[in-house]
Design a binder for this molecule. Structure first.
Ligand SMILES: Cc1ncc(COP(=O)(O)O)c(C=O)c1O
Length: 326
């Protein structure tokens, strides 16, 4: 990376990737956590879905506080939680929009499709200071299904549970404005289903090793620049990045662009790689790029993105949502 050609490298402190997605046509931003939504609001994003449940007095008061500054929607799957948020919203004079999360087979959060979902929708409808905005069903159990045909068939089946439930709710004269679903692995399948109105894909923006193995639609843009710190013998090298810098739960990272390297074995501060052929030329001080197998959890370990185009560092972007998991 040549840094000497552009003396005034810009450092951005706003959630710049979120702004870029909105400039490119997204209607808003999907977050997982309230802390991330707070970062987005502080950075000027006006339309936010927290695709997660917000539980507990402190979080509810932060939520209703945010609702005064942006159009915020959250996922719900529990009548007591709906009642509690309604009380908090009334006390602060805010309106909170809600998507009922439907379990489409992932068996994580979510009400069962059909009547149980309709029952919760009715609770929202009769609760002051809440607005029923629609349904959400995340098919996260299918996003990594390796075979495209199988992934498509299973996704359509899972989404049928969601869209049948939309019909049921609408048959009770309750309009369903938003039907939200999908991750990167299913973005192009779910987006084709007529009743789906928005998708929640996020990893596509960088991709990572695990997604790259099943999906070729997007290039990998995220890598970790490391330095070779040791060459104990001809076939082994060690870089200065371990589990504190890059995550392992979806498999080991890989060295990018150099022939003859095996996947990287991580300890806390070291990455050990077996090398052959061209890669045996690498020496301490040489730089190598690692491709993380999982982008989300790797990004959360770092403070900045270094935005490089054609080998030139153009900007430094703060990872403003880093660590905002509360
Ligand atoms: C509810 C929900 N929606 C969307 C996503 C985004 O998925 P992806 O990383 O596949 O783009 C996730 C990822 O964990 C999620 O939990």
């Amino acid at each position: 990376v040549k840094t000497n050609l552009r003396p005034h490298i810009k450092t951005h402190k706003t959630p710049i990737l979120a702004h870029k997605q909105i400039q490119a046509g997204a209607i808003g931003i999907c977050c997982a956590k309230l802390g991330e939504a707070e970062v987005m609001v502080a950075g000027g994003i006006k339309d936010i879905l927290i695709a997660n449940q917000i539980v507990g007095d402190q979080k509810m008061s932060r939520l209703v506080g945010l609702a005064h500054h942006c159009n915020i929607m959250i996922a719900v799957d529990d009548p007591k939680n709906v009642a509690d948020i309604s009380s908090a919203a009334q006390a602060s004079g805010a309106i909170v929009r809600m998507l009922v999360e439907v379990n489409v087979g992932m068996n994580r959060c979510g009400v069962e499709p059909g009547e149980p979902t309709l029952a919760l929708v009715r609770e929202i409808e009769k609760s002051p200071n809440l607005e029923f905005a629609g349904l959400m069903g995340y098919e996260g159990h299918l996003v990594f299904c390796a075979d495209y045909q199988e992934r498509a068939a299973k996704t359509k089946k899972a989404m049928q549970l969601l869209t049948d439930t939309v019909e049921l709710v609408e048959s009770a004269d309750i309009p369903v404005e938003i039907v939200s679903a999908a991750g990167t692995g299913t973005y192009n399948i779910t987006a084709e289903i007529p009743r789906i109105t928005e998708i929640q894909a996020g990893s596509y923006i960088f991709m990572d090793g695990r997604y790259r193995s099943i999906l070729k639609d997007f290039d990998c843009a995220l890598s970790l620049l490391t330095t070779v710190i040791s060459r104990p013998n001809r076939n082994r090298l060690v870089v200065d990045a371990g589990m504190k810098s890059i995550t392992n739960e979806f498999g080991p990272p890989e060295i990018i662009g150099i022939q003859g390297t095996k996947p990287v074995r991580l300890s806390e501060e070291h990455g050990t790689v077996y090398v052959e052929g061209d890669a045996t030329q690498l020496r301490p001080g040489d730089k190598v790029d690692l491709l993380p197998s999982h982008g989300d959890t790797t990004i959360n370990l770092h403070n900045h993105y270094f935005a490089v185009r054609d080998g030139i560092l153009e900007a430094v972007w703060e990872i403003a949502g880093r660590g905002k998991f509360r």
